[in-house]
Design a protein around this ligand. Structure first.
Ligand code: ZN
Length: 264
């Protein structure tokens, strides 16, 4: 059985007043394909989800102290009450050299796991494993849905779908080679100067992108139109008209309040 490794990350558009969507996407790590995404309204709910995510991550990290002592479920956590691995076989359980609670080795491990600085670093580490393909998907997304432009919910979903199709059609491209001259066959590179590395580095150039999926899609659209099969509508959830937690007051009231503040 093959394991599916999903990594997820969110992009939040809040540069000004009008942008109000968050996009959370999942990528399968070995194939680097986008498998799903959701567009959400950026509101307090989204913020609490982000906090919940950080909580789960922290609880998972802390659970190392249980697992290493052969304890695989526990009380006292809000989200994470047991190890994510399947139940251990009797023989495997016997073969593993577990730590013993209260012994120096387990105490030392606890010191490391509970260390606030290491906890902060571990949170970053969990992001490290997925930055590559998710980052490039999010960069591509900015081309399809520029952050400073406002789109309707349907527009946002359709644009993200196009970005996902583009990404999936072009992920896993090969390293491009020089096609003629003395150095024919050698890999192509470009030099870049990343802000965080403070030195020039060589970056592989990939083979040209393909847009074959677009013509296929266009044919399908025409086919559907001809056959009258126009399904595939986007379901719009019940969205508030704006990100404010209270309804829009009459404009005169807001102006009066503004002038009162101004005079004080
Ligand atoms: Zn465990």
């Amino acid at each position: 059985m093959e394991t599916v490794k999903l990594s997820g990350d969110g992009r939040c558009d809040s540069p000004g007043y009008s942008a109000k969507y968050g996009l959370y996407s999942f990528i399968e790590q070995s194939s680097e394909k986008v498998v799903d995404f959701t567009v959400t309204q950026v509101s307090q709910v989204a913020n609490s989800n982000a906090m919940e995510k950080a909580d789960i991550l922290r609880e998972k990290w802390l659970s190392i102290v249980h697992h290493t002592a052969n304890v695989h479920d526990w009380d006292g956590c809000t989200h994470f009450h047991g190890c994510a691995h399947p139940p251990l076989e009797r023989d495997d359980e016997k073969a593993i050299k577990w730590l013993k609670i209260g012994e120096p080795s387990h105490d030392v491990l606890k010191e490391v796991v509970f260390d606030k600085k290491i906890q902060a670093a571990a949170e970053k580490l969990s992001e490290f494993c997925h930055t590559g393909s998710l980052e490039s998907f999010h960069a591509l997304l900015t081309k399809y849905c520029p952050k400073r432009q406002h789109f309707s919910y349907k527009g946002m979903v359709a644009r993200a779908q196009l970005a996902a199709l583009d990404h999936n059609a072009n992920s896993g491209r090969n390293h491009a080679s020089i096609t003629n001259g003395d150095r024919q066959g050698e890999h192509r590179y470009r030099t870049v100067f990343p802000k965080n590395r403070k030195a020039w580095v060589a970056k592989p150039i990939k083979e040209k992108k393909s847009y074959c999926h677009v013509s296929e899609m266009m044919c399908d659209v025409i086919g559907r139109r001809r056959s009258g099969r126009e399904d595939g509508n986007i379901n719009v959830p019940d969205l508030p008209a704006n990100i404010a937690p209270t309804p829009r007051p009459p404009v005169e009231d807001v102006v009066t309040a503004h002038l009162t503040r101004f005079r004080q």
